[in-house]
Design a protein around this ligand. Sequence first.
Ligand code: ATP
Ligand code: MG
Length: 393
Amino acid sequence: MNDIILLKVGEIILKGLNRRRFEQKLLGNIRWRLSQLGKYRVYILQSTIYVEGDDGADMDAAFEELKKVFGIVAISRAAACEKDKDAIANLAKTYLRDEMLRAKSFKVESKRSDKSFPMTSVELSQYVGGELNEAFPEVEVDVHNPELTVYIEVRDLAAYVHASPVPGAGGMPVGSNGVAVSLLSGGIDSPVSTWMIARRGVRLIPIHFFSFPYTSQQAKEKVIELARLLTPWCGRMRMEVVPFTHIQEEIRDKCPEEYFTLIMRRFMMRIAERIALDNGAKAIVTGENLGQVASQTMEAMASTQAVLNLPVLQPLVGMDKGEIVALARKIGTFDTSILPYEDCCTVFTPKHPRTRPTVKEVEEAEAALDVEALVGEALAGLERIEICHEESL
Ligand code: ATP
Ligand code: MG
């Protein structure tokens, strides 16, 4: 009896002519992810992806890993057998024995994409339902509201039996929707915003602004760890670490204090845009959230985005903090985000930041700086860090 994983493909079904490209991207992502665990065969037939393990391959680990692949809406562990009604009924009895013993009621739902199979779906469901009922007489048949649904699929190569699928990660395969840069701090928000845009099929290049020695080596390690925690979802990434100390010191020395944060954020945007253009990225992702801090009012955002041509994607903009925290926990970044290391945003923070600036005011406030030279210097000092999913290497 072969244990197999069946994956239902999500939104890419809607993509018409692009469908094949989307499917190939998804297959590639799945193969890459699983290659870190062992040897698996991955193939697609009729919009269902099949994952089979070679001898000794860890199917539990593969199942867990596949929950993090964007583009999959449902995942089932299933067992395969030949396309014969008794083989199917026997498999259902053995493979789903524990589930049947736990349930109070059940029904069987069959699907038949192989139309040459001699029974209709309804006949097959009735037959297997009857067999299960005989083998587990304490479990009632309830076709309306069963505790357990036994799924049978008669497909091209074999018949498959499984219990309810678990939800997949949804979204679209990473890489199917272009590339963006993502500003990654050590906070709670930006790992979540990175994850949300990756889920829309975007491959991401994380950028971190680092102000050593005002922010410590540990603060940088923490951001690397956050990026690493995101790789099961986002795929392999290359992070760009931008030396930011000199820019922050120049701002402190030459600009009015109430504008420090806004000017700093304008530099972040300019540098991010240059990195984006150098890497074919088409947008800048941030974890900004309307009204959360002084630099996240509409006026403040207008003044930081005034230096840009690329769009800024702010997937958290309308969420409540509690919702963001719940997502951070779900994706596994929360515990690392709350480690108490400082971020460059907390260096030289003004006591009374401007919350409703005009673009013109901010431009005047930064007039004493040689913007081009500072941006050029930061770009010349970029450090590239390959982020890999060490745990499974
Ligand atoms: P986060 O929890 O993501 O740090 P935040 O609520 O603390 O967000 P800010 O510190 O104002 O908000 O930063 C807003 C956004 O700017 C962040 O979500 C992130 O995208 C980006 N950002 C802030 N600091 C840095 C940094 N040091 N490096 C890269 N991006 C940063
Ligand atoms: Mg922050």
